[in-house]
Design a protein around this ligand. Structure first.
Ligand code: 5RP
Length: 240
């Protein structure tokens, strides 16, 4: 049986190989690369395919400092989404997730990178989620708390409004850093555990109407191809 880390490796590498075989990852393309331990396996595989000559002239948009640093270390060229090379759009983006529902709706932001991850995801023609089997759930947000990125000056008022919507809120604390986690964009994260099932499609819009909310971790607007690695070594694809 594969451990969770082995499943992450399987899905990271196997998804890239399958997407290359299907012609969805190709030389010259504009590619969004995600954040987290699963996504790092995909980044590594892209780097291997660049260095063995399978992929040429790939232009990458990164979703975090973590991903940019990995790309720099692997020699993968990274561009701003605003650059003339990317011109605000991508052929495909690939990323991990924290929870994946059968509808293809997901929760992201376990690594606090949800804002840049969503900018990349929603500006990609095709979106791909890669996950181990532990993240596949029937309903979102009652087990894994939904990350909401907020502006510090609105912390108290935003938390009150989130609680009124039924969330149990925790300001995410840093590890080996006193006080709150500060995101790559200088904001804070409120983790929201929903007491009852919520409709992620409605809630994604509802939460972003609260003044002081920058973005939330429901991703419902660009339905992904989903790859799931299983403990028995099987790599499942949905929507490929
Ligand atoms: C980061 C994310 C990650 O993709 C998500 O937390 C999954 O991480 P991992 O692959 O390490 O389990 O959304 O903000």
């Amino acid at each position: 049986m594969l451990s969770q880390n082995e499943q992450k490796e399987l899905v990271g590498k196997g998804s890239i190989d399958a997407l290359v075989e299907k012609g969805l990852i190709f030389s010259g393309m504009k590619l969004g690369l995600g954040t987290g331990s699963t996504a790092m396996h995909a980044v590594k595989r892209v780097a291997e395919l660049i260095s063995n000559g399978t992929l040429k002239d790939i232009k990458v948009a990164s979703t975090s400092f973590q991903t940019t640093i990995a790309c720099e270390n692997f020699g993968i060229p990274v561009y701003s989404l605003n650059s003339p090379q990317l011109n605000g759009e991508l052929d495909l983006a690939i990323d991990g997730a924290d929870e994946v529902a059968p509808s293809g709706n997901v929760i992201k932001g376990g690594g606090a990178a949800l804002l840049n991850e969503k900018i990349v995801a929603y500006n990609a023609k095709k979106y791909v989620i890669i996950t181990d089997e532990s993240k596949v759930v029937s309903g979102l947000g009652t087990k894994f708390p939904l990350p909401v990125e907020i502006i510090d000056g609105a912390r108290v008022s935003v938390v009150k409004k989130l609680e009124a919507l039924g969330a149990k809120c925790t300001i995410r604390e840093g590890v080996r850093k006193c006080g709150p986690v500060i995101t790559d964009n200088g904001n804070q994260i409120v983790d929201c555990l929903w007491q009852n099932d919520v409709d992620p499609e409605k809630m994604e819009d509802e939460l972003n109407k609260i003044v002081g909310v920058v973005e939330n971790g429901f991703f419902t607007k660009n339905k992904p191809i989903v790859f799931v690695a299983h403990a028995d070594g099987k790599l499942e694809s949905r929507g490929l």
